[in-house]
Design a protein around this ligand. Structure first.
Ligand code: ZN
Length: 514
């Protein structure tokens, strides 16, 4: 039996309204829907994009679609991880509504458009829409902020975002369809009060820093006023959250034979030394969040950018055991072809040190490609759940400065006849000037992310591409950084003047320019 999404919608509401205010899991919703319909269990959805058969009946997917669209419209509240709830607001429940906001640039009007506003956490949208009758017909309402028993005027506003530029954005970066903002742009008194009350964060944020110490708490009182208060975060509790990444310099002992230092006599080890027990507090806190269900992924784009940065080092045959241009090309090719970027990573600790072990091709590839002493390995939290598994990204970056070999790098000090003199410190000018042709790592990184590692050529460069749909080439092979306005014609090396093009399209473009 096929059930229309209208029927499913009704059933889902029946279930959620009955349990008003309570949190219901998606499996309970499936069960309820299944009990109330006669579905054809054989009505399975077609194979997925990768051709793998999907053993799930079609109706389950439709349930999720309905839940998704209803929570987009804020009719049902998505509580994360397959949990949903529904509130039918009565005036008495308004008293309890409160939310926290971390003051950032727009909060203080320090952004370009001097917004003096912030977005209220989405979970409150349904309640707020009801309290202030916000809809497409009535987009804003006047409210008051209450501070020290004084009233300050402000505005609560429903913003309906369009999704017109979806091509440029990753799915998770898409703006939510509706957001609710609180703003006080036209009220000088309110602005002064905020600036005074949140003086500490104002100073940090205005200097370009990230406020970590203060939170603004808003409580809605019976009269529908927002009571403002300042919470200073407990630095001890924060510490745990602050350690979002750890880094280590890759030693010669860890890498595969070809790229070991020429004077390295050690046999090497598969474990990566990341630090000593001296820094126990930091490591314990970082690994405290480690969980068997975590995922660790190698950031392939970083590794490719890294390889571009160390290309010349692969010709330093006196420094590394068996590097060569040929090896470089082989490795580059291998990284480009890497399909599975998951790493099974575990950490270990002995009396004196912390180290990591990994399995999988991605980890092997790190050992094969990362030159010792000039490579930093960074592990970063990608998404953080407070009490469950997290996603981590493993990033490879060229270090700013070469490290001296450390005692655990497998180089026996006896075998070193002379200490290799350390390179004099180079004073590197950090932000690459815009009138230099060279693209800095950071800029490469940002352009690559924006263009999602795809060739951006469109119909202007290649008439085979469709003008009307804005089709782009999208190739991810042999990518190059192109100056949109050519460097030779005064084009600057900036985020906006750079794009990714595949070699073929870059050639076509330069031919046209000549
Ligand atoms: Zn192309």
């Amino acid at each position: 039996m096929v059930t229309s999404s209208e029927n499913l919608r009704e059933l889902i509401y029946q279930k959620l309204v009955k349990a008003e205010g309570k949190i219901i899991s998606i499996s309970e919703i499936y069960e309820f829907v299944n009990d109330n319909c006669n579905f054809d269990e054989m009505d399975l959805i077609p194979p997925n994009l990768y051709g793998k058969p999907v053993k799930e009946p079609r109706w389950k997917r439709n349930v999720r679609n309905v839940l998704k669209s209803e929570s987009d419209k804020n009719n049902i509240i998505w509580k994360g991880r397959g949990l949903y709830s529904y509130y039918q607001l009565e005036s008495s429940s308004i008293e309890s509504l409160s939310f926290n906001v971390v003051p950032r640039k727009t909060f203080f009007g320090l952004d370009k458009s001097q917004a003096h506003c912030f977005t209220i956490p989405k979970v409150n949208n349904l309640e707020l829409k009801k309290i202030y009758n916000l809809s497409e017909k009535k987009l804003q309402d006047n409210i008051h902020l209450i501070y020290n028993n004084k009233k300050f005027p402000a505005i609560i506003r429903l913003v309906i975002m369009d999704r017109s530029k979806t091509r440029k954005l990753a799915r998770e970066d898409l703006p939510s369809r509706e957001i609710i903002q609180l703003s006080w742009i036209s009220f000088k008194e309110t602005k002064n009060m905020i600036k005074k009350e949140f003086n500490y964060s104002f100073n940090i944020v205005s200097r370009g820093g990230n406020n970590e110490a203060e939170i603004a708490k808003f409580d809605i009182t019976e009269e529908k006023n927002f009571q403002v208060s300042l919470i200073k975060k407990n630095p001890k509790i924060e510490l745990n959250k602050k350690i979002k990444s750890i880094t280590c310099n890759i030693p010669s002992s860890f890498v595969k034979r070809n790229i070991k230092l020429a004077n390295d006599r050690g046999n090497g080890e598969a474990k990566l030394y990341i630090g000593s027990v001296k820094d126990k507090e930091i490591f314990d806190q970082f690994f405290n969040n480690w969980h068997p269900m975590n995922t660790y992924e190698l950031n392939k784009v970083d590794l490719l950018l890294y390889l571009q940065d160390v290309e010349l080092d692969f010709s330093k045959q006196s420094k590394y055991k068996a590097v060569s241009k040929k090896l470089y090309r082989e490795l580059f090719d291998k990284v480009e072809r890497l399909e599975e970027n998951r790493i099974d990573l575990t950490y270990h600790e002995d009396k004196s040190r912390y180290y990591l072990r990994g399995t999988s091709d991605a980890w092997k590839l790190i050992r094969q490609t990362c030159l010792p002493l000039i490579t930093t390995l960074l592990i970063e939290v990608k998404s953080n759940n407070d009490d469950g598994p997290c996603d981590y990204v493993v990033r490879i970056l060229r270090s700013d400065e070469e490290r001296a070999p450390n005692p655990t790098s497998g180089i026996k000090s006896k075998s070193r006849k002379k200490k290799t003199p350390r390179k004099p410190k180079q004073t590197t000018i950090k932000p690459m000037p815009e009138d230099s042709r060279t693209v800095s790592d950071d800029l490469k990184d940002r352009v690559w992310r924006r263009d999602q590692g795809m060739c951006q050529a469109n119909y202007k460069l290649d008439s085979r591409l469709d003008k009307n749909t804005g089709e782009i080439c999208g190739s991810n092979e042999n990518l190059e950084f192109d100056h949109i306005v050519p460097f030779s014609r005064g084009g600057k090396t900036t985020y906006r003047n750079l794009q990714l093009l595949c070699r073929t399209h870059n050639r076509i473009k330069s031919d046209k320019e000549i």
